[in-house]
Design a protein around this ligand. Structure first.
Ligand SMILES: *[C@@H]1O[C@H](CO)[C@@H](O)[C@H](O)[C@H]1NC(C)=O
Ligand SMILES: *[C@@H]1O[C@H](CO)[C@@H](O)[C@H](O)[C@H]1NC(C)=O
Ligand SMILES: *[C@@H]1O[C@H](CO)[C@@H](O)[C@H](O)[C@H]1NC(C)=O
Ligand SMILES: *[C@@H]1O[C@H](CO)[C@@H](O)[C@H](O)[C@H]1NC(C)=O
Ligand SMILES: *[C@@H]1O[C@H](CO)[C@@H](O)[C@H](O)[C@H]1NC(C)=O
Ligand SMILES: *[C@@H]1O[C@H](CO)[C@@H](O)[C@H](O)[C@H]1NC(C)=O
Ligand SMILES: *[C@@H]1O[C@H](CO)[C@@H](O)[C@H](O)[C@H]1NC(C)=O
Ligand SMILES: *[C@@H]1O[C@H](CO)[C@@H](O)[C@H](O)[C@H]1NC(C)=O
Ligand SMILES: *[C@@H]1O[C@H](CO)[C@@H](O)[C@H](O)[C@H]1NC(C)=O
Ligand SMILES: *[C@@H]1O[C@H](CO)[C@@H](O)[C@H](O)[C@H]1NC(C)=O
Ligand SMILES: CC(=O)N[C@H]1CO[C@H](CO)[C@@H](O)[C@@H]1O
Length: 395
């Protein structure tokens, strides 16, 4: 009797604490996509733009066998996964590994620790991340819950830059000419360009909801360079997490999300049964702004009879710095047990200060492809860090 009880207790403890191991296969090759009235060849995973989703629980381990069936080498980075004591599977090309060569495969081991919520994965070789990317969803552990009402369902929303043309070709041409790469031709929501670009073959992303249910949107900004505003007409957004940590909940009509960032947002389907636009638009207050396109999706109630109304998309203007600041100033840490522990050293524990300057610099440009006699170059403490120029200091 006693041993039976101990056995059950032991088994249930194992079940509560088990961290699962998952295996994924990524076949990366070129595939044709027709968008914006053009057919473009892109390097993608499993013929899909965006690529397949990884969906696991907190603390699990994931193996991803990446088969390069394309024409050039690349690596994949697991954006935001901390990989303690496992840096050789982090992915940045020429930093922790050489590119995976065409015709070969490489298996990544991704060890999750305290990450919770939404992350993403992307290729990490020049601009290949533009088409080789996807969501990395980390659900609560089996013995944990969300620190908010459990959503009825969740929906991944990946924001992307669309170019008529191959991403690698665009960046290679820009680097050779010594100029900034051209701006995106469109933006996409989960690979759909929506109904604002005037091309009849384009599709629109549609999310179907049931009245009165709560949905968790897992928003990932996979755009190349553009911050994006995001809104759903007539619906309040409740921000609950950012970059795989929970944040103090706050309500807002729109969010502003930076490239590389993720945000988890609750939305309650509490409006009249109908069809509402969701929409994105870039934010930029720089002197070299991106294209000011609004890209649409649809938030659609089941059994709706309504039509869409384009005049009701409440997005801030592209250069609305106050709207951007108003949003980001509301983001706060929340002390919930599900979050990673934060350990900030006291000022008295700091015995060395390191100053780092990140800048855009110039180098001579002296080939026949150069547009002028200088080219842009990123620099760290006034040094360019490049695999074939050895920096004079250690990073
Ligand atoms: C869940 O299990 C993990 C692993 O054993 C443990 O670290 C964590 O504290 C547990 N969480 C809860 C809420 O019991
Ligand atoms: C990718 O495609 C292969 C072959 O069709 C399939 O076996 C594999 O499960 C797919 N991977 C994902 C993550 O969907
Ligand atoms: C893409 O389209 C081009 C032009 O039609 C064609 O030559 C090429 O074979 C296609 N590529 C793939 C992977 O289907
Ligand atoms: C758009 O679709 C139509 C029919 O669905 C097709 O005939 C046409 O070739 C397509 N256009 C492009 C640019 O692919
Ligand atoms: C390449 O893939 C094969 C079959 O899927 C696998 O057995 C092998 O371990 C993989 N090699 C690497 C280096 O990951
Ligand atoms: C959406 O909100 C606007 C005002 O913000 C209102 O005029 C309109 O009736 C609402 N639409 C629906 C379908 O509730
Ligand atoms: C959109 O909403 C405006 C204001 O409510 C209204 O005047 C207009 O007729 C609507 N358009 C459509 C296509 O429903
Ligand atoms: C934003 O852009 C509009 C028109 O493009 C311009 O009139 C306005 O002055 C700009 N606002 C700021 C703060 O730059
Ligand atoms: C978080 O909450 C725990 C338990 O309530 C408390 O012990 C800890 O000091 C709090 N940490 C911060 C940073 O507020
Ligand atoms: C061209 O510029 C590179 C630096 O970008 C420099 O190393 C090289 O010496 C220059 N070549 C000539 C011929 O000036
Ligand atoms: C880059 C490219 O091919 N752009 C084309 C996309 O389609 C439009 C309309 O057919 C053309 O005008 C562009 O040249």
């Amino acid at each position: 009797m006693a041993s039976w009880f101990v056995g059950v207790l032991f088994l249930s403890t194992l079940l509560l604490c088990s961290a699962d191991v998952h295996h994924y296969e990524f076949f990366v090759r070129e595939s044709n996509f027709t968008k914006l009235c053009n057919t473009t060849t892109l390097l993608v995973v499993n013929d899909s733009y965006p690529g397949p989703e990884i969906r696991v629980h907190k603390g699990d381990t994931v193996f991803v066998n990446v088969h390069n069936q394309g024409n050039y080498g690349f690596t994949i980075h697991w954006h935001g996964v901390k990989q303690p004591r496992n840096p050789w599977f982090d992915g940045p090309e020429f930093i922790t590994q050489c590119p995976i060569q065409p015709g070969t495969n490489f298996t990544y081991e991704i060890i999750l620790s305290d990450e919770i919520g939404t992350l993403w994965w992307h290729a990490h070789s020049d601009w290949t991340r533009g088409s080789v990317h996807g969501a990395f969803i980390i659900l609560p552990a089996e013995n944990e819950t969300y620190p908010f009402p459990t959503p009825y369902a969740d929906q991944t929303i990946i924001l992307e830059s669309w170019y008529n043309g191959d991403y690698k070709q665009i960046i290679d041409d820009a680097l050779a000419a010594g100029v900034a790469p051209r701006t995106a031709d469109a933006y996409a929501i989960n690979g759909h360009l929506g109904d604002t670009y005037g091309c009849p073959n384009d599709t629109i992303f549609l999310m179907e909801v049931h009245s009165e249910n709560i949905y968790l949107l897992r928003i990932i900004n996979a755009a190349m360079n553009e911050e994006q505003f995001f809104t759903i007409t007539n619906h309040t957004l409740i921000v609950v997490a950012q970059d795989a940590s929970y944040v103090r909940m706050f309500t807002t009509d729109y969010i502003m999300i930076s490239p590389g960032q993720t945000m988890d947002v609750l939305v309650i389907a509490d409006q009249n049964v109908g069809q509402y636009y969701m929409a994105i638009r870039p934010f930029s207050d720089s002197a070299a702004p991106p294209n000011d396109f609004i890209t649409t999706g649809v938030f659609q109630y089941t059994n709706n009879e309504g039509g869409l109304n384009a005049s009701l998309i409440p997005l801030p203007a592209m250069n609305d710095t106050d709207a951007m600041l108003n949003f980001i100033s509301q983001i706060r840490y929340t002390n919930v047990s599900q979050n990673p522990t934060i350990s900030v050293p006291a000022d008295t524990d700091i015995n060395r200060r390191v100053y780092i300057t990140i800048a855009t610099n110039t180098l001579p440009c002296n080939t026949s492809e150069c547009v002028s006699d200088t080219r842009f170059a990123a620099s760290l403490n006034n040094e360019q860090y490049h695999w074939c120029f050895h920096p004079r200091f250690s990073v």
